[in-house]
Design a protein around this ligand. Structure first.
Ligand code: SF4
Length: 352
């Protein structure tokens, strides 16, 4: 992962109130395994594993997310998403550094074009939080992130392919970028006539809800493009009042909110928790969209839930919830034109 890009902060004197801007919260995210253990009330028995995992993929947890973790509980579902464990260092057959083979689909710097009619633009190589199961935890962002000058070529690629109707800003997390940069980029996309939709994949409104501020709503509200934000929330405890408020503000400028989750052992691998997540998402005005099975990325095997169990959970969810609250259970397969629904697989197909 690249160092977090931050906007320079104002020089605050000792008497000034603490800077609570999103930029300050971003740069102040906890990035030390020992400090994480202290903050969540766990003793040093957890330290060797935390430090080992941190070497491969650094710890990063913003305060707003940290405040939702139950202290002294190593099984807290939010903590499990951010605490490196000793098991991350085990080599497990089939778990690789680029499980989706994305590095093979980059026609221009900052661009991944693997689906028809839509392209994914790597707007930032950094995230506000580092999720231990992330399928991009080893992605070589430094080779693929475009500089401002390189965006010219990337945008030309979009201008010359009129089969494209949707631009997806991703990363890392695109909302780590400054509003000035995003406003410029979205303005350029806005001017490409065949584009109809702008989609952002982000976790920032969840982990630092103050990211949804007036400056962001200004460029987002100004574009003619239809706007979709796909959030990434895995457990109902991630949605507190501040997240509710951020979602309300996004909807106020015409954003459609969807959610994708990852099915994770020890986080959300039971029907009760998944149903609670869907209900809470809907309260926040977010539609459950996808429930992904884990991509087999090196270091994350301990989160795996086998397909047969994933299917059982999904069936139980269908029995329990109205259809619009049941996310699609999917897997991403390298080379496929769309996500593959797991529930539709014939029983004879190979399954993990
Ligand atoms: S926010 Fe998304 S891209 Fe960033 S580490 Fe978490 S899952 Fe990966």
């Amino acid at each position: 992962m690249q160092p977090v890009q931050t906007i320079s902060l104002s020089a605050a004197g000792n008497d000034s109130p603490p800077d609570q801007s999103w930029q300050s919260q971003l740069s102040g995210a906890l990035r030390d395994p020992k400090a994480l253990l202290a903050a969540v009330g766990l003793d040093e028995r957890w330290l060797p594993g935390a430090e080992g995992g941190h070497q491969a993929f650094e710890v990063r947890v913003p305060q707003a997310y940290l405040s939702r973790i139950q202290k002294g509980n190593p099984n807290d579902p939010l903590l499990r998403q951010v605490l490196p464990l000793e098991s991350e260092m085990h080599t497990v057959a089939g778990y690789v550094t680029d499980p989706l083979e994305e590095a093979d689909h980059t026609p221009a710097a900052g661009l991944i074009h693997k689906y028809a009619a839509r392209v994914l633009m790597i707007t930032s190589g950094a995230c506000a939080i580092n999720c231990r199961y992330c399928f991009r935890r080893h992605f070589p962002y430094e080779d693929h992130a475009a500089s401002r000058a390189q965006w010219g070529k990337t945008l030309d690629y979009l201008r010359h392919d009129d089969s494209l109707i949707e631009a997806i800003l991703s990363g890392g997390d695109p909302l780590v970028s400054s509003d000035a940069r995003l406003a410029w980029l979205v303005g350029e996309l806005d001017a490409i006539p065949h584009l109809k939709r702008l989609r952002l994949h982000t976790r920032l409104p969840v982990v630092i809800p103050d990211r949804v501020d007036d400056a962001m709503l200004e460029w987002l509200g100004a574009t003619r493009l239809q706007k979709v934000i796909v959030l990434h929330i895995n457990h109902a405890n991630e949605i507190d009042d501040s997240v509710m408020k951020a979602c309300e503000r996004l909807k106020g400028v015409g954003v459609t909110l969807l959610n994708q989750s990852v099915l994770l052992r020890g986080v959300n691998d039971n029907t009760e928790v998944l149903a609670g997540l869907s209900e809470r998402l809907f309260e926040a005005g977010i539609l459950p969209y996808y429930l992904h099975v884990l991509d087999p990325v090196a270091g994350a095997a301990h989160f795996d839930v086998p397909d047969h169990e994933a299917r059982q959970l999904h069936e139980a969810l269908r029995d329990r919830l109205p259809g619009f609250l049941v996310p699609r259970l999917v897997r991403e397969i390298p080379g496929e034109q769309a996500k593959s629904p797991i529930e539709a697989w014939p029983a004879a197909q190979p399954s993990r």
